[in-house]
Write a protein that binds this ligand. Structure first.
Ligand SMILES: Nc1ncnc2c1ncn2[C@@H]1O[C@H](COP(=O)(O)OP(=O)(O)OP(=O)(O)O)[C@@H](O)[C@H]1O
Ligand SMILES: [Mg+2]
Length: 276
């Protein structure tokens, strides 16, 4: 089972775009994918224009089953079995956090819940809010692996580092092994001085944290057009170039997740692979 939190504590750095595009990419490779939105902004459902009867609150607090909560948003029509289901969030997710606050062992809510189920999925991804909320902590403790999109500004770099610091802090408190799997540069404009500066700093952060950097995805106005028309990048011909960027990055990500040798402590030898 692939489990990933798409995390960066800064807002507007393409977390939702990256999470949704990765989910669709995995579904297109024949995987059964579940994507869970833990952000009360509820952008994930809005981005694909899906209607839902039950939300994350119903799943976590009200005991509604995963089958009744997850909405099918994509089915791969080639017999591979690839599909994408979504657990949606909305303002009610604020109430979820408030309810969980009073509970003992609250950080383990998602881990206990999802591990107790026989999930019919090959991958579980999380889109999270741009701040360290209890539900993001829950997602990190369940998934233990982070994909860190980094937009080409210095605050975004700090936001990605803050996610790694949070992981370290949680590992210090709980018996967890939360790690960054990769940084992914996004909104890249190669000709800009700022892109060069952030890329140089990201290389340093990558060396220090031993988290590799994936190939990046360019800045492209078609991303916004896709959101406006409620489409996946994969289905929008004008967005083919940025979708190719994402495909290249995700192909490398999959190699790292599935192919990298694992040492005796269960750590993937990600630092051995080349950093672009
Ligand atoms: N490569 C790109 N080129 C141009 N615009 C992009 C790109 N990626 C994302 N965007 C746009 O940037 C905005 C922020 O993206 P997105 O919602 O994915 O970020 P986020 O990190 O999830 O934000 P939040 O922190 O609010 O959850 C959106 O309007 C999105 O369409
Ligand atoms: Mg978002």
């Amino acid at each position: 089972l692939i489990k990933l939190v798409i995390s960066n504590q800064k807002g507007g750095v393409a977390k939702t775009t990256t999470a949704l595009t990765l989910a669709r990419f995995l579904a297109d490779t024949g995987k059964r994918v579940l994507i869970i939105d833990t952000d009360p902004q509820g952008n994930l459902a809005m981005t694909v224009g899906v209607k839902f009867k039950h939300n994350l609150h119903d799943l976590i607090i009200e005991g509604v089953t995963i089958e009744d909560t997850a909405v099918r948003v994509y089915t791969r029509e080639d017999g591979s079995g690839g599909l994408l289901d979504m657990v949606c969030s909305d303002r009610r997710t604020v109430e979820t956090e408030a309810t969980l606050m009073g509970r003992f062992g609250r950080e383990f809510t998602l881990r206990n819940l999802l591990n107790s189920l026989d999930l019919p999925y090959d991958a579980v991804l999380f889109d999270v809010a741009p701040s360290i909320t209890l539900l993001q902590t829950c997602a990190m403790i369940y998934a233990q692996r982070l994909l860190l999109p980094v937009a080409m500004d210095l605050l975004s770099l700090q936001g990605a580092n803050a996610s790694l610091e949070t992981a370290k802090m949680l590992n210090g408190i709980f018996d967890t092994d939360i790690q960054g799997v990769a940084f992914m540069p996004v909104m890249v404009q190669k000709q800009l001085q700022m892109t060069k500066l952030v890329t140089a700093n990201l290389t340093r952060l990558s060396e220090a944290s031993r988290v590799p950097v994936l190939p990046g995805a360019r800045m492209d106005v078609n991303v916004n057009k896709c959101v406006r028309t409620r489409q996946f990048l994969a289905d929008f011909p004008a967005a083919s170039r940025i979708y190719e960027d994402y495909q290249t990055a995700f192909t490398e990500l999959m190699t790292r997740l599935e192919g990298a040798p694992v040492d005796e402590r269960g750590h993937q030898a990600t630092e051995a692979a080349s950093v672009s």
